[in-house]
Design a protein around this ligand. Structure first.
Ligand SMILES: [Zn+2]
Length: 266
């Protein structure tokens, strides 16, 4: 079966039409062009799709463009975001698991729809699956204030909720307490799970939490956090993370719970 639905990626850039929607029928254009990688997979809703990776120098067809997926997250419909995130993570998995991590022999792709690679050494035969790396991201609240910080590599003026990878053997809740303690020296009390979101750069799963400040003064971890502080709901920083990002959803929830409009009025 040849699935009719096809996504095209060039690196992290997705092929879209002039309106910023998924290119609807790129197959004829793809026919004469070299694909670096082609993978069949199922969407989260169970539909058959194909993702094609093309070379970085390839230009988009007329009336189309390649845009970085991060830049499209605000505008793509939710189902398309999920689909594109999955496709991009699967490409990354296929590219980075060509050899068995257990014995070093080459791996081979298993038949669709399962996206998996199996070691070709019969003595090993280990199966490799796409990896997902959990990241916790936390809105620490102190009354009408929210804790936001910035890393040295952030664009000027941007502050975001603090985040970090879950360590081996750690629960997400332990990771939340540890990250806040390590990055700011603060202790937090009660935690609430908020929401999760795939972040395919390259294979993170963002787990959003809301936490109550307990005690301590902010001492930023050198090299990790350039500045962190509590912002009052009426004096939030001017630059926000991209709309779809979990940090933005946490901020929006914080504003709405305090009866403020979203986005903030200036
Ligand atoms: Zn092996």
């Amino acid at each position: 079966m040849t699935p009719a639905r096809t996504l095209v990626f060039r690196g992290h850039q997705l092929l879209v039409d002039g309106e910023g929607r998924l290119a609807c029928a790129p197959q004829p254009w793809l026919a004469g062009r070299h694909a670096l990688r082609t993978l069949d997979f199922c969407s989260p809703e169970g539909q058959a799709w194909t993702v094609v990776e093309v070379a970085r120098e390839l230009e988009a067809p007329p009336a189309h463009a390649f845009h970085h997926l991060k830049a499209l997250l605000d505008t793509l419909p939710a189902a398309t975001r999920s689909l594109a995130a999955r496709a991009l993570e699967l490409l990354e998995f296929d590219r980075s698991h060509r050899f068995c991590g257990q014995c070093g022999a080459p791996t081979a792709r298993a038949a669709a729809p399962a996206v998996m690679r199996r070691c070709t050494d019969p003595a090993c035969g280990r199966e490799h699956y796409p990896r997902v790396s959990p990241v916790v991201i936390v809105a620490v609240e102190r009354g009408a204030e929210i804790l936001l910080g910035r890393s040295p590599h952030f664009p000027p003026g941007l502050y975001s909720a603090l985040a970090g990878f879950v360590d081996a053997g750690e629960s997400a809740e332990q990771a939340v307490h540890r990250e806040i303690q390590e990055e700011t020296g603060l202790r937090i009390g009660k935690l609430r799970y908020f929401a999760s979101q795939p972040w395919p750069f390259p294979h993170a799963l963002m787990l959003g939490y809301q936490a109550e400040y307990e005690d301590g003064d902010i001492v930023c971890a050198p090299d990790e956090i350039e500045d962190a502080r509590f912002f009052h709901v009426d004096a939030l920083p001017a630059v926000f993370p991209t709309r779809y990002a979990m940090a933005n959803l946490l901020l929006r929830d914080f504003c709405l719970r305090h009866g403020r409009p979203w986005p903030p009025q200036r």
